[in-house]
Design a protein around this ligand. Structure first.
Ligand code: CO
Length: 267
């Protein structure tokens, strides 16, 4: 019994209380189960606000720390943690600290590994840009554009967003990325859309799940949503309500990081 390898996988997302966000998490779980059929799956959300809301609705989700303790109590000898964050920002840094502290506390009795977010390395971003065109709406007219909505952060890692823009432009001059809470903002992109004589804009989440930012800030009917702002500027707007983790091909990129961390020391 003691010799038996007992693997638990913990998926960690920022989280969302919106039912629409569930599809992305469910897709990730399904894809992880295919690759690791013998592992037990656990889920944690890093946002305490989201966890509080879910607890009130009687749908509690653990914090990463709570989930790790639960897994320890259940006797897993190997714990793999996969970040479902998009870039290595503040949320991921917090998760790294939690996982390191847990591994130290377990004192070598449990093997603990952490898989990096969707986009960390040059290769990650190249791979995403390779996958993306097949998933985005087909190019029909030179007046068409795709605008990705990223989160953005006050953390130094915000540089990933303008960085990713550079990679996207290697794919197509009609791809743009802007953020809700960082740089570039939607206002920074508007003059470029005008200059390129864009007429139709597809709005695509560059977020793991379709939660508040997607449903309200991107595609909502309030006057300051991206959809409303772009429509007021005269664009035809088509919001796509699908989080990145809902696409099988992108889920695989996250899972490739999980597989990698089983092979290497990556804490
Ligand atoms: Co936010």
């Amino acid at each position: 019994m003691a010799e038996q390898k007992n693997v638990g996988i913990l998926l960690v997302a920022f989280g969302s209380a919106r039912p629409a966000a569930r599809a992305a998490i469910a897709n990730m779980e399904r894809e992880v189960e295919k690759v690791f059929p013998d592992a037990a799956l656990f889920l944690a959300f890093t946002s305490s606000i989201v966890r509080g809301r879910l607890a009130k609705e009687d749908r509690p989700v653990d914090s990463p720390q709570e989930a790790l303790c639960r897994m320890q109590e259940q006797g897993f000898s190997e714990i793999l943690v996969q970040s479902l964050h998009v870039i290595p920002g503040g949320e991921y840094e917090g998760l790294q600290k939690t996982v390191r502290a847990f591994a130290e506390q377990a004192g070598g009795a449990i093997s603990v590994k952490l898989g990096r977010p969707l986009l960390c390395t040059h290769e990650d971003i190249l791979e995403l840009c390779r996958i993306l065109p097949a998933l985005l709406p087909p190019y029909e007219d030179e007046g068409d554009a795709v605008l990705l909505m990223g989160h953005g952060t006050s953390h130094a890692s915000n540089i990933y967003y303008p960085g990713i823009q550079y990679y996207l432009w290697q794919q197509s001059p009609r791809y743009w990325i802007a953020t809700v809470e960082g740089y570039p903002a939607l206002q920074d992109i508007l003059p470029m859309l005008k200059e390129k004589r864009i007429r139709r804009v597809w709005l695509e989440p560059f977020l793991a799940v379709a939660g508040n930012h997607v449903l309200d800030d991107m595609a909502g009917d309030k006057p300051d949503s991206w959809k409303s702002i772009l429509e007021a500027e005269g664009y035809q707007v088509h919001p796509v309500l699908k989080g990145l983790a809902e696409y099988k091909e992108i889920a695989w990129l996250w899972i490739s990081h999980l597989k990698e961390c089983t092979e290497a020391h990556s804490l």
